[in-house]
Structure formats: C-alpha cells, structure tokens
Design a protein around this ligand. Structure first.
Ligand code: NAD
Ligand code: ZN
Length: 364
C-alpha cells in the first residue's frame, strides 16, 4: 500500500493507494466508523459498478446508502438540502464520518455537506474517477454550483482519510479516464520533468489498466498536489495557482461549448496546456520543441492538443471574453500559467489579453 501524507495547516491525513483496497475497505475505515455504522453517499453509476464491492467489505456493519443522480447538476442547493436533511434524519453527529464514494461531483457535494452539518462533521473520500483520485480528493476544496457559476458556494474542509483503489477505474468510461489523465500529466508539466518522461513511457500501460502504473501515477500526482496546496492551503500566496496550468485557456474552450459533453473538463485542460506551452514558446519563454513534445504526448493518448482538436472554431477575442468571466480573474488581471520548460511552470499576471487573442487567432 502506498501512503501519501497530506499536511494542511494544523490538519493532516493520509491518502492510501492500493489496487483492490475497496474490497478490504472495512479494515481501512474501521478507525473512523466508531458507532458501528457506515453512511455512504454515492451516485447512480457508481452505485451500479462499485458500491457492491464496498458494501460486501462492510458486511456486518449497519449501513445506510444514499444514492444521488449522476452528473454535474447534482452539485446543487436542492441536492445539498435533500442530502443534509437525510443525514440529520440519521442523527449524524459532529464526531461521525460520512463516506463519499464517487467522482468529483460526489466528493465536492458530500465534502460541503460535511463542512456545514452540525458546523462540521467528518468525512472520508473514496474517489472513483481518475480526476477525483489525483485532483479533487486532495486539497480540501468543497463546493456546489449556483446560477452565477460553478463552485461559487463552498468551504475548505479536509477529509480525515482518502482511500484510493485504482481498480475502480476499470468501469470508468474511457473518455472520463483520459480526461482525468490530463490532470496527471499536468503535474509533470508544472514541476516534474522526470514524471513527464515517465508519463510518455507509461501512459499506454496506465490507460490500459496496469495496476502498478496507476498506483505510481496516482501517488506521484497526489504528492505533487499535496506539496503545492500544503504551501498555500487557502490560495493566498499564489503558488496554488500553478495547479491551474491549462485551465485559463481550457476554461475558455469549455465555456465556448457551453460546458457541454462536447468537451470534458480534462479535455479542455489538455488543449489548454498545449496552448499554454505554444503561447510560452511564442513569447520566447520556452523552446518550441518543448511545446511540440507536450502536444505530441497529448495526441498519443487521444487528448486534444489545441483548438482544432478540441473542435473549437471561435475567434481569439471570443475566447478571451470567456476568460474574463472566469472567477480566476483577480482585480482586472488574468493569471496565466506559462512555462520556461517542461516541468518549469510559473504564474504570469502581466499577460496582454490582446496578445493572447492574436495568438489564438493564429491558432485557428
Ligand atoms: P463525476 O463525479 O461527474 O464523474 C464522471 C462520471 O463518471 C459520472 O457519470 C460518474 O457517475 C461516473 N463514474 C464515477 N466513477 C465511476 C466508476 N468507477 N465507474 C463508472 N462510472 C463512474 O466527475 P469528475 O470528473 O470525477 O469530477 C468533476 C467534478 O469535480 C466537477 O464538479 C469539478 O468542479 C470537481 N473538481 C473539484 C476539485 C476540488 O479541488 N474540489 C478539483 C477538480 C474538480
Ligand atoms: Zn482541472
């Protein structure tokens, strides 16, 4: 079992990663389930594919399962209210732990419910998408969506424990797996050239289901995210912004598709990372060979490497306008994550938006 400790302020917890660990979950969860019962919140897809494994492992414990509809629209006030009502009916107390079994949607919603229930109860994450395993289950951000936008209502609330079983990815649709993989590559591109090289050599194995490759990629990603958020838990120093590599461009592409299934978040991020590297090369910040190498790897794993591959035909001006609606805009400036090389990214707050628009127009 691979254990990655996460330390944030005065809180710390372990992320445990092992293929097959869901089947032995009872042993891992025992310290948290003090009242002899398990309250599991999941979504309809995960309930079908993975819940039976967790339930079998918890045989003998009193179990309560709350199954919510799958999909982003579940991160809503209505679902939050229904969920907290059900948890209160179960008399969940502050010292109790509820279990989030699912992707980022379930993790974000359950984490937020835990943050506000009785002013904060405990929760455990069992992330079941690659994106949730390498990104959303680490860092303590929880949220729901509102009319005004995504993730605008939420709280920082750390789980007590995260249990990751890479074998749950066997039932994840291939497109979702690829989208999560974009966030894995991101950690190499941000600050770990060696890991990017490892990705180039092992992505095919990882995507095909190799347990050892998955454990290595997940553990490396979790450790990378933990190191960054540990330095900057509440996003004050700006270092946490590095995690947004590819996200400012990617967000514009997602917005252009109306945040539809035409482009999954991770696919937008992949195209966005390729664009961030090409834009860096255009500015003379990094070698164009580096930008080409990033794009080639993304293509090799069937991720989009730019506007055309992402199916986006909008003008640079339109895309920049989408960026300006992004919540990452602080005091009228946009922070871009640019690169000096693969594994050497930095935050640039002085980017000229007209220059970005011209770059994007030249891309189409
Ligand atoms: P998701 O939770 O919607 O899961 C994607 C799809 O896969 C869903 O249909 C789900 O039912 C299905 N699924 C999940 N696990 C499965 C499995 N093992 N087998 C079969 N199907 C499975 O989406 P996601 O990509 O995991 O997460 C996206 C969410 O995460 C967004 O709401 C985003 O805002 C949030 N997020 C949060 C953070 C954070 O720091 N809190 C970071 C990144 C993303
Ligand atoms: Zn992301």
């Amino acid at each position: 079992m691979s254990i990655v400790p996460v330390s944030l302020g005065d809180r710390s917890y372990d992320v445990a990663i092992e293929a097959g660990s869901l089947d032995g979950a009872a042993r891992h969860l025992a310290p948290w389930l003090k009242r002899g019962r398990a309250i599991i919140i999941t979504d309809s897809n995960v309930a079908h594919h993975q819940l039976p494994r967790l339930e079998a492992s918890l045989d003998g414990l009193e179990r309560h399962v709350i199954t919510l509809p799958a999909g982003e629209s579940t991160k809503s006030w209505a679902q939050l209210e229904a969920l907290t009502d059900r948890l209160l009916a179960l008399e969940v107390e502050r010292g109790d732990h509820i279990i989030a079994l699912g992707g980022g949607v379930i993790g974000d919603l359950v984490g937020f419910a835990a943050a506000i229930l009785k002013r904060g109860c405990g929760f455990i994450q069992i992330p079941t998408t690659l994106l949730a395993q390498v990104d959303s289950s680490v860092g303590g951000k929880t949220a729901i969506n509102t009319r005004a936008g995504k993730n605008l209502i939420g709280a920082f609330h750390q789980p007590s424990f995260v249990l990751i079983d890479p074998s749950v990815l066997d039932t994840l649709p291939r497109r979702e797996l690829g989208a999560g993989y974009a966030e894995v590559v991101k950690y190499g591109l941000i600050g770990d050239f060696g890991f990017f090289e490892w990705c180039e050599a092992n992505a095919a194995r990882l995507l095909a289901g190799d347990a050892e490759a998955r454990v290595h990629a997940i553990a490396t990603s979790v450790a990378a995210k933990a190191a960054i958020v540990g330095d900057d838990e509440r996003e004050t120093s700006g270092r946490r912004a590095l995690l947004n590599l590819g996200h400012t461009f990617g967000h514009a592409l997602e917005a252009e598709t109306g945040f539809s299934d035409r482009l999954l978040h991770g696919e937008g991020v992949a195209a966005g990372m390729a664009l961030a590297f090409r834009y860096s090369a255009r500015r003379g910040l990094c070698a164009s060979q580096d930008a080409e190498r990033v794009a080639a790897h993304l293509r090799a794993v069937a991720l989009p490497d730019g506007l055309a591959a992402a199916g986006i035909a909008a003008s640079g001006e339109t895309l920049v306008a989408h960026m300006l609606h992004d919540k990452k805009m602080a005091a009228g400036t946009l922070a871009f994550i640019l690169a000096r090389a693969i594994g050497n990214s930095f935050v640039d707050k002085s980017v000229e938006l007209a220059d970005v628009a011209a770059f994007l127009n030249a891309e189409t």
